[in-house]
Design a protein around this ligand. Structure first.
Ligand code: NAD
Length: 489
């Protein structure tokens, strides 16, 4: 059952992902999808909506009619018990028709303010009273800070146990994010070096070229810290920093990630200035033309103190990582759209190839998350012909070239995992709790103190100068994104 089935997320992500699973045979013929939303639609209207959204996403397909015949619609008012009684009647009929054995997934593709009301009613109106499994999938944002997340969690835990709650962080469904573990734990080459003796720093960048578009109202209350850092950025850091789990089971992986969050150096008050930088985009231009500043966007306060960019230095105070900064940065209206991880290795103990014009570059392992997918290893090799001169060579693996259109979308993988009951790539409450308590200290401080320099970076740039200074203090610099691309040859 998809609550919010007439919305944007369902249309752009959920229906096409379900269709891919259907076409690949990952969903048996015994399934039904009930769309639940406010509009007074019929089953047929909903089916044609699903057909349109799938075809817009993938083009023509002969399986589409069979696929949409499994879709049903139930007009719904979230706070009205009568709506749930009708939904239960429909669900029970479909259970019999498709022999579903009472297995149900409730996907809440709606604003979080409705989550508690919906889960209360699912329980009280008996939608969970079947013999099969009952799983709840919820979208971000999971709360606005720790107290609101705790409140939300307490509410949904009244109806669902933790093991049945699937909190989506769609970054965890991305192929190359899942690849972090494989690169680390399946290569004898990397794991011995994966510590403070050989790594000097790690940089995680997630940049967007778009501004807030029509989401100004939401973004004013959220900002980049809550929208990106609390979830996606910290999750990537946890995967990079965690100890090898003893097994790749949900509990073991989550428990290692939780340990990373527990080891994050807590920062508060004025010391936040030493670790975090906030930015807000000004006017500027990208190839598409001139762009407005954040304060001129629709539904944005002309004196807004909301950050559209965050750069930060995270220290993980444990044996493996003591002394190694993890730099993160994320922002809107930056010069390129990319999510990349750069692992910078320490310099070799002695440089035999001293060249004042071209210093020996450090080895880098670059993990390209999106839109490029792949891995690049930067090594030094001999410049052909020139005696004793070195140059950087890139060994590249590009995922996109190999799988092309078949690379599953993050949502496709996550939906499939949920059907299989595998919650490894969803966030456990303990992770949510620890990441909010880290981020809350920063957002509270930023809310208390106005950033006088806002707007402080031009649209189409890579962020404010203060973000460069953050690394320069430690004698590092952000590796320029455009120089890191996977070589096409
Ligand atoms: P949307 O506004 O496009 O859709 C909201 C849906 O909720 C609609 O189907 C609407 O009919 C339904 N709804 C709203 N009030 C209702 C009520 N009182 N009773 C019954 N139905 C009601 O929102 P969206 O963009 O699809 O996002 C849904 C959720 O997913 C949000 O929590 C959002 O933060 C999250 N999310 C969305 C995206 C995305 O790409 N759109 C990405 C990540 C997370």
């Amino acid at each position: 059952m998809i609550f919010g089935a007439t919305g944007d997320l369902a249309k752009r992500k959920l229906f096409p992902s379900l269709f891919h699973l259907f076409r690949k045979g990952r969903i048996s013929k015994k399934f039904a999808v009930v769309g639940v939303a406010r509009r007074d639609w019929t089953h047929e209207t909903f089916q044609s909506h699903v057909r349109d959204s799938v075809l817009t996403s993938i083009g023509q397909s002969e399986d589409i009619e069979e696929f949409i015949s499994h879709f049903y619609y139930q007009p719904h008012d979230v706070s009205n018990s009568e709506s749930y009684i009708k939904l239960k009647e429909l669900a029970d009929q479909l259970d019999t028709k498709y022999e579903l054995q009472g297995n149900r997934i409730f996907y809440l593709a709606m604003a979080p303010e409705f989550f508690g009301t919906i889960t209360d009613h699912l329980k009280s109106e008996g939608l969970k009273d079947t013999n099969g499994f009952h799983r709840l999938v919820i979208e971000k944002p999971f709360g606005h800070n720790l107290p609101s997340a705790e409140k939300l969690n307490t509410q949904i835990r009244e109806a669902f146990i933790e093991d049945d709650i699937y909190r989506i962080d769609h970054y965890l469904g991305k192929d190359m994010v899942q690849n972090i573990e494989v690169i680390r734990f399946a290569n004898a080459l990397f794991e011995p070096l994966w510590n403070n003796r050989y790594i000097s720093n790690i940089q995680v960048t997630s940049s967007e070229t778009l501004g807030v578009e029509e989401r100004g109202r939401y973004y004013e209350k959220s900002g980049a810290l809550r929208d990106m850092v609390q979830n996606h950025m910290l999750q990537m850091v946890a995967l990079l920093a965690m100890e090898p789990p003893i097994r790749l089971t949900t509990d073991e992986v989550r428990s290692e990630k939780v340990k990373v969050f527990r080891a994050l150096r807590p920062i508060e008050g004025e010391e936040i200035e030493d670790y975090f930088v906030r930015g807000q985009y000004d006017k500027g231009s990208i190839t598409e033309g001139d762009l407005t500043g954040y304060r001129d966007e629709v539904n944005v306060d002309p004196e807004s103190n909301t950050e559209t960019y965050v750069a930060g230095k995270l220290m993980i105070d444990n044996f493996r990582w003591a002394g190694v900064p993890f730099y993160i940065r994320t922002g809107k209206r930056m010069s390129s759209k990319a999510t990349k991880i750069v692992v910078q290795f320490k310099d070799i103990p002695m440089n035999l190839y001293y060249n004042p014009e071209e210093p020996l570059a450090p080895n880098l392992l670059v993990i390209h998350i999106q839109p490029e997918e792949g891995i690049t290893l930067h090594l030094n090799a001999k410049h052909s012909g020139d005696k004793l001169k070195t140059k950087t060579v890139k060994l590249s693996y590009s995922n996109t070239g190999i799988h092309g259109m078949n690379t599953p979308e993050a949502y496709e993988k996550l939906l499939h995992d949920c059907m299989l009951g595998d919650a490894t790539n969803f966030t456990h409450w303990d992770e949510v709790k620890l990441s909010w308590s880290f981020v809350d200290k920063i957002s509270e401080y930023w809310e208390r103190t106005e950033e006088k320099s806002f707007p402080n970076y031009a649209s189409g740039s890579m962020g404010p100068k203060a973000a460069d200074d953050l690394l320069e203090k430690d004698n590092f610099f952000w590796w320029p994104i455009h120089n890191l691309e996977v070589d096409k040859c």
